[in-house]
Design a protein around this ligand. Structure first.
Ligand code: PLP
Length: 423
C-alpha cells in the first residue's frame, strides 16, 4: 500500500479559511481535511488515503460512514419526515427503536431519554439522578471526561483548559481514579488493597460531603479522553459498594466505551457490575447525532415537564440508530469475537513494540479500546509529550490517523471491522 501523504497549498488554504470563520476548538495537530471514506479507510481533500485508527473520534465503530443499510434508512426517512418534535408529539419509529434498544441492557432497564450528544445524555443523567434521589452532589473522578456543557463539565476533570474561566462548579466532588500505571497515591496494585477506594471513603466522604447528600457517582468504565485508563478487574465492585452503602446512584458513561467497542455492548460488564443509569452517544446512530440516557426501571419516572429538548428522537437520527442496532443485533456474536480477537492481536503486537522501544511505557486496553502511553524513559516514566506529537504527525505523514488521549497517550480505536492487513 502506497503511504506517503502529500499536502499542498489547497489544504493549507482551506485551513486558513476555516480559521477565519470558526472559533478555535481542539483541531491543532496534523493538517487533515476529511473528504470521504468507507470501512477502515478515509481520504482527505487531496486524495491522500489513510487508515483510520480513530473511528472519527469513536463514532464509526462499525466502519467509516456506517454501512449501506444505515445510509438507506437515513435517505428513506428524509423522504418521509425528518423531525417530529418527539418530546412533544409521538411517532412510531422512536418507539420501535426504544423497544429494541432496551433489550441490549440488563433486564431491569426499560426507560430512556433521547438527546443529541454525549454531553446532553450526561446532563440528563445528572438531572435525573437529582430528581430520583432528591440529593444534589455528584461524585466523579479526576481525569474523567463527561462533556463540555456546564453540568457535565462540572464532572469533567481531565484538563484544566477545559474548565478554566467556567467555574465555580460547586456541587461536584472529584476523587482519584485507579490509574495504576501512575498511581496518584504512589501505591502498587494489587498490594495496595485498593488504597484509592479507601481514600474516597476516608477523605472526601468523611471530611467534605456526606454520602447521604450525593445523588450519583459518575464513572467511565475505561477513562477515554483522560488517557484510556483501564482500572483493575475488581475495581468497580469496590465503587459499587460505596454507592450502595450510601444510596447513591451509579451512572456509567458509556459514550466512548460502549456499543461493542470493548467487545461487549456495555464496557462496565467486563467488571461484573451493573449501573443504575447508562449514557451513550457517539457510535449509536452510525454517524448522526444522538445521545441516550437509559434508566433502571425501578427508579420510576421524572415529573412531566421537568426535562425535554427539541431534537431528541429526531427521526433521521433514529432511523440511522435503528438500522445500526438491527445490524449489531444480527451480527452481535461476530462483532464481539472480532473486537476480542483483533484487540488481542493489537495488544500483543504493541507489547512486542514496548519491549523494543524505550518510548512506550504502557500498553493497555480491552477489546478494541486500546492505548499506548509514551514516556521519556521506562524507569522515570516522564511524560513524552512532544514525542507523542511527533509520533502522531509521523503517522499522519505515513497514512495513519491516530488520536491523543491524556497527557502522553495515543488511543488506538479503529472500526471493529478493520482488516487484518490494515491492522
Ligand atoms: C466518555 C465521554 N463522555 C461524554 C463525551 C461527550 O460527548 P459529546 O462530545 O458528544 O458531547 C465524550 C466525548 O468524547 C466522552 O468520551
Amino acid at each position: 500500500m502506497e503511504m506517503a501523504v502529500k499536502i499542498t497549498g489547497r489544504t493549507r488554504r482551506l485551513i486558513e479559511r476555516d480559521r477565519k470563520v470558526f472559533l478555535s476548538t481542539t483541531r491543532e495537530s496534523y493538517p487533515f481535511v476529511a473528504d470521504h471514506g468507507e470501512g477502515d479507510l478515509v481520504y482527505d481533500m487531496e486524495g491522500n488515503r489513510f487508515i483510520d485508527f480513530s473511528s472519527f473520534i469513536s463514532v464509526y465503530n462499525f466502519g467509516v460512514n456506517a454501512n449501506a443499510e444505515v445510509r438507506r434508512a437515513i435517505t428513506d426517512q428524509v423522504g418521509k419526515l425528518m423531525h417530529s418534535a418527539f418530546t412533544d408529539y409521538r411517532a412510531e419509529l422512536p418507539v420501535k427503536f426504544g423497544e429494541e434498544l432496551v433489550t441490549m441492557f440488563p433486564r431491569d432497564f426499560g426507560r430512556m431519554f433521547l438527546s443529541n450528544s454525549g454531553t446532553e445524555a450526561n446532563e440528563a443523567a445528572i438531572k435525573f439522578a437529582q430528581l430520583f434521589t432528591k440529593r444534589s452532589y455528584i461524585m466523579a473522578f479526576y481525569s474523567a471526561f463527561h462533556g463540555r456543557t456546564k453540568g457535565s463539565l462540572a464532572l469533567t476533570a481531565s484538563k484544566t483548559v477545559q474548565r478554566e474561566h467556567f467555574g465555580p462548579f460547586s456541587n461536584t466532588v472529584h476523587v482519584p481514579f485507579a490509574y495504576c500505571y501512575r498511581c496518584p497515591l504512589k501505591q502498587t496494585y494489587p498490594d495496595c488493597g485498593y488504597a484509592c477506594v479507601d481514600f474516597i471513603k476516608n477523605y472526601p466522604l468523611k471530611g467534605e460531603v456526606s454520602g447521604k447528600e450525593v445523588a450519583a457517582f459518575f464513572v467511565e468504565p475505561i477513562q477515554g479522553e483522560g488517557g484510556y485508563i483501564v482500572p483493575p478487574k475488581g475495581y468497580f465492585k469496590e465503587i459499587k459498594r460505596i454507592t450502595d452503602d450510601n444510596g447513591m446512584l451509579l451512572v456509567a458513561d458509556e459514550v466512548q466505551s460502549g456499543y461493542m467497542r470493548t467487545g461487549k455492548f456495555l464496557a462496565l460488564d467486563h467488571f461484573g457490575v451493573t449501573a443504575d443509569i447508562y449514557t451513550m452517544a457517539k457510535s449509536i446512530a452510525g454517524g448522526l447525532p444522538m445521545g441516550v440516557t437509559m434508566v433502571r426501571k425501578s427508579l420510576g419516572d421524572i415529573p412531566a415537564g421537568s426535562h425535554a429538548n427539541t431534537f431528541g428522537g429526531n427521526l433521521v437520527s433514529v432511523a440511522a440508530a435503528y438500522a445500526m442496532l438491527k445490524h449489531v443485533k444480527r451480527n452481535r456474536r461476530s462483532l464481539e469475537a472480532a473486537a476480542k480477537r483483533k484487540g488481542r492481536y493489537m495488544l500483543k503486537r504493541l507489547e512486542q513494540m514496548k519491549e523494543r522501544y524505550e518510548l512506550i511505557g504502557d500498553v493497555r486496553g480491552i477489546g478494541m479500546m486500546i492505548a499506548i502511553e509514551l514516556v521519556r524513559s521506562k524507569k522515570g516514566k516522564e511524560p513524552a509529550v512532544k514525542e507523542r506529537e511527533k509520533v502522531l504527525e509521523e503517522s499522519f505523514s505515513n497514512g495513519l490517523i491516530m488520536l491523543p488521549a491524556g497527557e502522553c497517550a495515543i488511543r488506538i480505536i479503529p472500526p471493529l471491522t478493520i482488516s487484518q492487513s490494515h491492522m
